[in-house]
Design a protein around this ligand. Structure first.
Ligand SMILES: [Mn+2]
Length: 382
């Protein structure tokens, strides 16, 4: 889908031009069609800045669609770009194209000698190399990368006022930034340096976050303006590890990040009841906040599923939907995607629960659920 972007239309009159470049104002050579990508003037930011995400498979593609739609719903003025791995199915790419301005297939195997060489040295870092590819989007002057497992709750265009590399602290080790949301400047030179660095040093955590933190290694200390407030990358794990702070500041959250192994698309949704299924009995397997999870599914049901249904036509695909009161699954290929089954919750003693909590085994949706912790906290605060 082509989107008309007002930013493409130059709206400067001659007096404005004179103010911008008094010494060399020659309107005939003023680079109206090829603006200098390094200058952030309001007239051009819309078309030469972009939000970028990455989908390496069809599940992450669903996440990317929800993220893209959430950015659209909050009226972003920037372009939307989805990088997709070679394994993303054609109908998913079609659905992505109706939300994103640009859908670009990234195959690390064909992306130049440095990439190839780095991948040969570190074949385990294939997905990381795919993500680093965002630095090659040099037709944009500045971008904000967002993981496909993030969801935008309000307009965040102000992030483009930040410089490379701006990111929010990681909740697990706050001297590292979390690479789920970051501001960067596309540059082939930086891309090559990153690949070389990656091939030589690998990644201390096996993923892109390790590489990027080692490469941009002054983030923690050099420039506080590159520390994004936590509300731009709020992960559920932080909600549970510091609940009073969440109660105080949580309503300001602008971006939610579904960190962890279990992602929103691993659940299923009962549209008739408006309920997310498949999580209520999964104590240790999830850390997702139920309200944000429901928001994700509501957006998916309303805006993304219709696009997927159109793109897939009669071909079955895993919609994630369940029909209430019936075993029949709507457009769901149950053979390939069996519904997750979770063991029934076991009652544990208070002491045992404390030990589990301290060992990081938190029953987020059972005894240690948000509602239970909140109730306990309220009883202390009263
Ligand atoms: Mn993520």
């Amino acid at each position: 889908m082509t989107r008309k972007m007002w930013g493409l239309i130059p709206v400067l009159d001659c007096s404005q031009l004179l103010r911008l470049c008094p010494s060399q104002c020659k309107p005939s050579v003023w680079p109206i069609t090829t603006p200098d990508p390094r200058v952030d003037s309001p007239q051009r930011t819309m078309s030469d800045q972009a939000f970028v995400t990455l989908a390496t498979n069809d599940s992450y593609a669903k996440g990317a669609m929800v993220l893209g739609q959430s950015l659209r719903n909050h009226n972003t003025t920037r372009k939307l770009v989805a990088l997709v791995g070679p394994h993303v199915a054609e109908p998913c790419r079609d659905a992505l194209r109706s939300i994103f301005d640009e859908v670009r297939v990234v195959d690390v195997m064909d992306s130049g000698d440095t990439a190839h060489l780095a991948l040969m040295k570190r074949p385990d870092l294939g997905v990381t190399f795919t993500k680093l590819h965002c630095w090659t989007l040099t037709h944009y002057s500045k971008c904000v990368f967002m993981d496909a497992d993030t969801l935008v709750l309000s307009n965040i265009d102000e992030l483009f006022e930040r410089e490379e590399l701006s990111a929010a602290p990681d909740p697990g080790w706050p001297d590292c930034f979390n690479s789920g949301v970051f501001v960067f400047r596309p540059s082939n030179e930086t891309h090559e340096k990153l690949l070389t660095f990656c091939g030589e040093n690998g990644s201390f955590d096996g993923g892109d976050q390790g590489v990027l933190n080692s490469f941009f290694n002054t983030w923690a200390t050099a420039d506080i303006s590159k520390h994004l407030p936590f509300i731009y990358n709020l992960s559920s794990i932080a909600i549970y590890s510091y609940l009073p702070a969440f109660k105080q500041y949580g309503h300001d959250a602008k971006v939610v990040h579904f960190l962890g192994k279990v992602k929103p698309w691993n659940y299923s949704y009962d549209a008739q009841r408006g309920e997310v299924k498949g999580h209520s009995q999964s104590p240790d397997q999830t850390q997702l906040h139920p309200d944000y999870l429901l928001m994700w599914w509501q957006l998916y049901a309303k805006s993304v599923l219709p696009l997927l249904q159109k793109a897939f036509g009669d071909t079955p695909f895993n919609s994630g939907f369940v029909e209430a009161g019936s075993d029949e699954k709507l457009h769901e290929d149950v053979r390939e995607h069996p519904a997750p089954s979770f063991p029934p919750p076991q009652k544990v003693s208070s002491e045992e629960r404390k030990q589990r909590w301290e060992a990081g085994q938190i029953d987020y949706l059972g005894d240690d659920s948000f509602a239970n912790i909140e109730r306990k906290l309220d009883s202390f605060l009263k």
